[in-house]
Design a binder for this molecule. Sequence first.
Ligand code: ADP
Ligand code: MG
Ligand code: MG
Length: 935
Amino acid sequence: MKKWVYLFNEVKEVEKVALGSWDAVKALVGGKGSGLLDMTRAGVPVPPFFTVTTEACNAYQKLGKFPAGLWEQELRALMEVEKKTGKKFGDPKNPLLVSCRSGAKFSMPGMMDTVLNLGLTDMTAAGMVKLTGNARFVYDSYRRLVEMFGSVVLGIPDEAFEHPLKEYKNKKGYKFDTDMTADDWMHIVDEFKAVIRNVQGVDFPQDPYKQLELATEAVFKSWNGKRAIDYRNATGISHALGTAVNIQTMAFGNMGEDSATGVAFTRNPSTGDKKMMGDFLFNAQGEDVVAGIRNTHPIETLIERMPKAYDEFMKIAAKLEKYYKDIQDVEFTIERGKLWMLQTRNGKRTAQAAVKIAVDMANEGLITKDEAVERITPENVDTLLHPQFNDEAIAEAKKTGTLVVKGVNASPGAAVGQVYFDADTSEKMAKEHKQETIMVRPFTKPDDVHGMIASRGVLTSEGGATSHAAVVARQFGIPCVVGASAIKIDLDKRLMNVGETVVQEGEWISVDGTTGNVFVGKIPMTTPSIEEQVELMTLLKWADEICARKDMRVAPKGSPTRGLQVWANADYPKDARRARSYGAVGIGLCRTEHMFFEPERLPIVQRMILADSSAERTAALNELLPHQRRDFDGLFEAMDGYPVIIRLIDPPLHEFMPDEEKLFEEVVTMRVKGETDGLKAKEDLLESIKGMHESNPMMGLRGVRLSIVMPEIVEMQVRAIFEAAADCTKRGIVVKPEVMIPLTGTVKELEWIQPRLERIASAVMQEKGIKFEYKFGTMIEIPRAAVTAQEVANQAEFFSFGTNDLTQMTYGYSRDDAERNFLITYQEQGILVKNPFQTIDRDGVGKLMQWAIDEGRKTRPNLEVGICGEHGGDPDSIEWCHMIGNNYVSCSPFRVPIARLAAAHATLTHRPKAAKKAVVKKVVKAKTKKVVKKK
Ligand code: ADP
Ligand code: MG
Ligand code: MG
């Protein structure tokens, strides 16, 4: 018979089935179940329980009913729990009550269902009153059961229960649930039972076993509820995993003022600070804390009333964090002074907290630096470099009074958007109307998640830092302010009042999740400085160290044995300086043509292009030379000591000329008006431009082809490069210029042009009496160059993949046309999995790259290889570049930090077995030590 159910003390059995892998344990008994099993094993006080496996859930989904043996196994396990607790399920003399809790492999906070207090019936309730002498507690528990059962098992909307309770409280003049007496709750139990009868036409079951069976089934079903499916779609969790069900003895936090329930993070999940953050309530149960209906107390204050339980809790929390080597998100309940732990899991955290915690834990020796780097995602880094509100604008807003409220800073980041007061409208406005939206609610529920994800930011008027809105926002990196109690939301009138200010639905507000500030109107944003983010800088330094470590790649002769370097694409000295500050160790692409477009240079460039003779052309070029020399000078200075790859002119010349159509219009207008002044010059210009017309200019006279037809331009450029390099060297700057020839298709092109350029290089060095390192190389962006790389490498001393053009020409797509016309259709139809202009197509373009590297290094074993297309900043493409033996990737300065992390990830993922083993050994050693200590 298949084992569907595991008892609290059967962690070993689960591990056996899971073949010792903790991941497989989680897959079988769920994250919550695995945590409960683990805590029980470690001697942490956990109420006795048993877990129904995810396999049972999946079998249920297939069969539409419990698989054979499941119910019998549940009953047997329940008997064991009865033995352990000395209580009996359904026995009025000493009734056992249990909760029925969902728990999938990956935590999906609040997305699925849980029912508390199962086992309460009219009979057992009466028995419990006798036993405890606390009728208020019993009927409070009972009404919770009837409500949860009604909503979770019978699908009755929460409002059906909330309304009668509210009305009753109003009638009695009560403000809080705590004002309710035993009689009041008894009355509510009856009302709730009536709700069930009226809405569903059934009676609340008085058979505890029926309750348990239906609750188990409901939890199974909740796996396929709308909000669970939405959540999995948003987080990429597989729909095939299924949920486990945990049946657990109730611990009662609602037995009076000596009882409490709460949740806590072992560190601050928003900032990462090493200080516990949590909330609790006295005399409360279950979701009361996270639901944000009552004002919670900060965890530190627990020490005042329950010092013993507080102490024990702090010790357990610290132990759990050490054991899991990660920030823990725990649930606890104190029943008449006795502490019970109900859940532990790795806490969801913001990008900022993720980085701080990883760095701190590495410094504390809890994890290795490698593990710290592995824990951070490229998205985390991206988030940290995202825009924030401009300080001056904030100061101004404070003065002018557009800063309207301050709430709890629940999830950092700046958001500006139009206000909507419910999830559906927020989603609709964002998706269909392409608006930037801010969702504003009194508080959020699991059904609101789709609206939150679609919004730029979230604002609530109730709840604290562990409320639903806060937890979800942090997980998805959505800026969020909660508990801004000064705002009064009127859902009927679709507006909110903040003192004097009224904000109508659709109006703009700005929400600062970092500070908790909320502004009316739009606040301008700025990009945060990386230097001020000390932990991020540290983490990226570790990432670089991983890449720089020797023997991290199995490399055939000549290939790099270390991980990738990250260089940047930069055209101007200011970009180069930014690239350096972001950690780039080279310039992989400087596009020289940008320099031709500057207003005072363009007329000279045009004169040069239109020149009738070589002499005339050279004269114009001589005027450009000092400008170019200055450009390069600044670049070399900014990159002192690092290589700078300068690409010779690449685009077709018509790009530097006035627009043909516009010029034609001007000429016609002049003719019609009979104006003659300057007409002749314009007519000549028009003729020349017409003469330059090509039907497919991107495949026409450009790149190296242009250099061969008109070598004077690149000759001037090379002279400018080397003169600047020589001047810089004289000033004590270390220069490493690398001259890159674009668009090579055959080595013959290089054979023609390169020696001419090298002669200029030598000449300049001789003139200046100075020597420095330099290289001549080429871009590989035409498939033929990749295919014949072995020959190309005879001339080229380095390769740089221009993956934009290489992708265009390999697929035969023109990028602009493809993205406009058919790429989306192709992705929708599954013809393309990813956009090949964003992520390198490993099977086609990627193979060409791999071939080119292998062939090129046959000729030149130490051939330097890089990539300078946009793919250089894409983590997946970076991994591929590592795998095929690139020396570096080059990307936009803003992507450099992300690329550094991605390069380290690729390096760690693909490190040779020997390197991996050494690390594993260390970890195993550490683990064995711990076990010994425990004993
Ligand atoms: P979720 O996964 O949505 O957090 P849980 O299964 O953890 O759902 O339960 C919801 C709430 O009920 C939590 O606050 C939890 O601590 C509480 N709870 C669940 N089981 C018990 C129990 N046996 N005794 C006391 N509280 C419980
Ligand atoms: Mg819940
Ligand atoms: Mg929970």
